[in-house]
Structure formats: structure tokens, C-alpha cells
Design a protein around this ligand. Structure first.
Ligand code: PBG
Length: 338
């Protein structure tokens, strides 16, 4: 073919990008990003009570489950090759300081022990925060310092340490603080070390935005703020450069792993954080609303759920995430095994 007869000619020699796309096996061989069930962390909601699975309406396929259901659930998760769960608790009673969160017999502490007692080798990550445990639904102690109620940063650090140490005593493997308090990583590292838990890693929700995509989670965890919102501690979705300051601080305070949350609307942030700290494992949280929009569209027959979910998860990994916390973990692991 002469140069002029080839309208797609893009240089010398005759470059054709499509050559590598013609054979399905070659496409497989040149694929840059490959999802693996090993990349996934599955969030689980553990509730008080007995022998109950309460479906979470806005998150099809997910339930609040009582502790007695955990053993069977964990077995399924391990069979799918998913290495880790992230536990959230829904306590029987809430109060102003979220006491259940720090109680050695609290819902999460009992859930951790129940999973460990099965002999399972599943990695347990626990979310360390207060919004599921406080009656006001905020992520820490609320004080009325300047005529306006707000979460008291330093008072919250103290109870965060109590909560984390209590999780560690129950046997958690990874502590994931999500409250966006300043200094939380330094405080938790010191507190855990003092209590003899110097080997428990901290996965910091370093970059967490005040996002509308958390809506379904707040139904699931019964943790919607009863007044105001979380904008005085979570980040403004408009800010990308600020994410690098958050990350730099958490790294200097001793974070072992970092997280960007949500994932899909923040792929640029994931990419920038990975570039700034390629040596630090990076998690991305594909949050509840990101899951529910896919489910809702699929239920209407408007998109192909499998292809859409796998495309989203692949894009999150391609952006730079080393692990993905996702409500699609079980289905995606199944699809990948097909
Ligand atoms: C806070 C926490 C939240 C999520 C995880 N940890 C909610 C919030 O900040 O309001 C949201 C996760 C999701 O939407 O899937 N403990």
C-alpha cells in the first residue's frame, strides 16, 4: 500500500495501532492492567442481635448481618479468593461519645473475635471512626466551642486511640482510621505502640472527600449526621492538590498504607498520590454510591453490570490503586473466574 492510499498513515514506518488489536490472544498478552480477586477488600456490616440478615435496600446483595452469620460468610469470601474484609459495626445503642466503639465487648470487637475463632486466615481490616456509634452521627466528640457545634479534633484523637487499641486487643489485623481528624495517624501509631501493638499496620483514609456518593452507606451503617454535614473535616471535592498535603502529613506521621475515597470521581487524585508515593501501598474505596448507581442502571436494563463493574474496577487499578475496597468484590471475583 502506498502512503497516499493509506488514510490512517501516522508516521514512518507505517504505524497502525490496530495491529495489536486483531487477535484476541495478542490483546490478552499486551493488556497493561489485570484485575485479580487478590486486589479486593469486601466491606461487611455487622449488626447487633441474633440470626438476622437485614437487606440494605440501596445496596442490592448486601445485608447488615449478625455475628452468627459471619462464619459462613467468611468461608464464601475465602473460597472466592478475596483476601480481606473491612468491618463496620451497627451497635445496639448509640450515645454522644460512641461508647460501643471503645468497648472490648462492642459489636466490632465481638465480630473480630468471631471471625478469628473460625480459624480463618482472612485479613481483617477495621474502620476506626465514630459516626456509626454516636447518636449525632458525627465522626467524633462534638463540642460547642464557638457557638457552633463542631467535632473537637484533639478530644476525638484520644477516643480514637482507645477504639483502635480495643480493636487490636480483639485481634484485628489492620486499623483503618476514616474520621479525617488532623494528627490521627501520629496519635494512633503512638497509642498502638504504647499498648504493644507495634506490628499492626495503619491504612489511613488519608484523602477522604465530603462526597454525596456515601448516601447508601449511611443507610447501611445508620450513620447519617443528625445535624450539619461533614465538610469541616472531610475534603472539598474540588480540591486535588490539597490531597497531596494530606498524604504527605500521614506519611510523615507513620501511615503504612494510604487510601483515596471515593475512587471513580477521583481517579486523578489516585494517580497523583501513586506518583508522589509509588513505594507506599495505595487503596481506593469504590464507595457505596458508586456501587448503587451501577446496580440501579443494571436493574433497569440500561447497562451491562458485569462489563461496567469490571471496567470501573480496572480503571481504578489502572489509575494506580494497589487494592480496591469494593461492594462488587464477590461478584467481580466470580466474573474473573469465569
Ligand atoms: C466513616 C465512613 C464512611 C464510609 C466509610 N467510612 C461514611 C462517611 O464518611 O460518611 C463510606 C463508605 C461508602 O460510602 O461506601 N466511618
Amino acid at each position: 500500500m502506498t502512503e497516499s492510499a493509506n488514510p490512517s498513515f501516522t508516521g514512518f514506518p507505517n504505524v497502525r495501532m490496530r495491529r495489536l488489536r486483531t487477535h484476541t490472544k495478542l490483546r490478552d498478552m499486551v493488556r497493561e492492567t489485570e484485575l485479580n480477586p487478590r486486589d479486593f477488600v469486601l466491606p461487611l456490616f455487622v449488626r447487633h442481635g441474633e440470626n438476622k440478615r437485614v437487606p440494605i435496600e440501596s445496596m442490592p446483595g448486601h445485608d447488615q448481618m449478625t455475628i452468627d452469620h459471619l462464619a459462613a460468610e467468611v468461608e464464601k469470601i475465602e473460597l472466592l479468593g478475596i483476601p480481606a474484609v473491612l468491618l463496620f459495626g451497627i451497635p445496639e445503642t448509640k450515645d454522644a461519645i460512641g461508647s460501643d466503639a471503645c468497648d472490648d465487648n462492642g459489636i466490632i470487637q465481638r465480630a473480630i473475635r468471631a471471625i478469628k475463632e473460625t480459624g480463618s486466615n482472612l485479613l481483617i481490616m477495621t474502620d476506626v471512626c465514630f459516626c456509626e456509634y454516636t447518636d449525632h452521627g458525627h465522626c467524633g466528640i462534638v463540642n460547642d466551642k464557638h457557638g457552633q457545634p463542631d467535632v473537637d479534633n484533639d478530644a476525638t484523637l484520644e477516643i480514637l486511640v482507645q477504639e483502635a487499641v480495643s480493636h487490636a486487643k480483639a485481634g484485628t489485623d489492620v486499623i483503618a482510621p476514616s474520621g479525617m481528624m488532623d494528627g490521627m495517624i501520629a496519635a494512633l501509631r503512638a497509642g498502638l505502640d504504647d499498648a504493644g501493638f507495634e506490628n499492626i499496620p495503619l491504612l489511613s483514609y488519608a484523602v477522604k472527600y465530603a462526597s454525596a456518593f456515601y448516601g447508601p452507606f449511611r443507610d447501611a451503617a445508620e450513620s447519617a449526621p443528625q445535624f450539619g454535614d461533614r465538610r469541616t473535616y472531610q475534603m472539598d471535592p474540588a480540591n486535588g492538590r490539597e490531597a497531596l498535603r494530606e498524604v504527605e502529613l500521614d506519611v510523615s506521621e507513620g501511615a503504612d498504607m494510604l487510601m483515596v475515597k471515593p475512587a471513580l470521581s477521583y481517579l486523578d487524585v489516585i494517580s497523583n498520590v501513586k506518583r508522589a508515593y509509588p513505594e507506599i501501598p495505595l487503596a481506593a474505596y469504590n464507595v457505596s454510591g458508586e456501587f448503587s448507581v451501577v446496580k440501579a442502571a443494571a436493574a433497569n436494563g440500561w447497562i451491562d453490570e458485569k462489563r461496567t463493574a469490571l471496567e470501573i474496577l480496572t480503571s481504578i487499578k489502572r489509575a494506580g490503586a494497589d487494592m480496591i475496597i469494593t461492594y462488587h468484590a464477590k461478584e467481580a471475583a466470580d466474573w474473573l473466574a469465569e
